[in-house]
Write a protein that binds this ligand. Sequence first.
Ligand SMILES: Cc1cc2nc3c(=O)[nH]c(=O)nc-3n(C[C@H](O)[C@H](O)[C@H](O)COP(=O)(O)OP(=O)(O)OC[C@H]3O[C@@H](n4cnc5c(N)ncnc54)[C@H](O)[C@@H]3O)c2cc1C
Length: 388
Amino acid sequence: MDFDLGAEATALRARLRALVSAHFDEGFLGAFTDDPADLAATQAFCRLLAAEGLLTLAWPVDHGGGGGSLWDQTVVREEMWAHHEPRGAQYMGLNWVGPALMAYGTDEQKARHLPPIAAGEVIWCQGFSEPEAGSDLASLRTRAEPVGDPSGADGWRISGQKIWTSYAGMAQWCILAARVGGGERHEGITMFLVPMDSPGIEVRPIRSMLGPHHLNEVFFDDVPAGPEAVLGELGGGWSVIKTALAHERVGIARYARCERLLSALGAELAPHWDDLPAPLHAAWARALVQVRVARLLAYRTVHAQETGGVPDVIASAARIAVTQCDQSVAEVLFSAVEHRALEAKAEAPVHGAVEDHWRYAQAATVASGTIEVQRMIVAKALLRGEPV
Ligand SMILES: Cc1cc2nc3c(=O)[nH]c(=O)nc-3n(C[C@H](O)[C@H](O)[C@H](O)COP(=O)(O)OP(=O)(O)OC[C@H]3O[C@@H](n4cnc5c(N)ncnc54)[C@H](O)[C@@H]3O)c2cc1C
């Protein structure tokens, strides 16, 4: 299999790598560390990418993008994830809030929200999961009640609780799933675009091994929202969620980081390769094969997107492969460096990256929908006789 995406993609990769290495040192591990300078550096880098026309390379020109192909966007995504996502939390707005707005937003919503995302100036969070409504998202209970006119023409009041909301403490906006009217399960769900500084919103950080800023609970207590806050049809939120999740599941190119770490650590270990235990040699080769399979399945999703579909089943198949390769690679890397993964990051940046990668890999098969749920989506499609 030839993974070469062509000369233009190679040039784009080189340009992105040069920018990353000019603005981040080798030990950079992403925005969510104990050092606030890392977060600030990612925010500055987003504005730089925007100025260079690289932040929304594949968005349509009308929406502030570069009009590039989905393959250009794939290259950007791979290089960013390979280098510990120097776009910080903004990849969420770029990868799926923006596309969801393009697909379902009114002209006013697009004009208001797309330019700040394209300029790298705004962070969005995604308020979907709730206590007892994660895998079974359709059972969510956060409610939006109309104020005055029952159609919502006078606005809404939103109450409920979200959980595991990434970046809620730093986000300016939330794309929020809430229940409206008497509709049951999927039928009652509506999407709202809510500023995070609205009265009645409280964010409580959840301490976790993913580091600061990442996971949060968000409480909504009678939060006001205007009629213009509704994204898509009233009761039509499930379609928006499906679009957002299909983009999300393919938007996280952790296979690119896996391959970069295998390559970097492989180069370091090469002189002592024969001293490593034989089972590790075999596990290393198996992990590399998994990485390549994950990449191939991710490319299949991009191809399906390119030909106009919402490739949710194919995206789930890719996501299963990506999260599994993430965990296999984490184990192989950790077995190779052992306790040295905890050594000072400045002296041994690859070792620090192994430790960071291992921690995040533990959550990979839960975030964006668990691996069991992804498997059921694929299995149901197979049973319906659909090509997967
Ligand atoms: C790092 C991280 C970031 C996240 N960021 C966000 C975010 O920004 N916004 C957001 O809304 N959510 C976010 N989430 C939440 C995530 O989407 C949920 O954790 C996930 O959907 C699982 O839901 P749950 O935690 O309620 O687990 P549950 O749904 O309670 O699942 C528990 C276990 O039961 C299994 N299970 C559940 N139902 C079935 C079934 N029918 N058949 C077989 N097995 C089943 C699951 O696979 C899992 O193993 C994030 C999660 C993580 C880990």
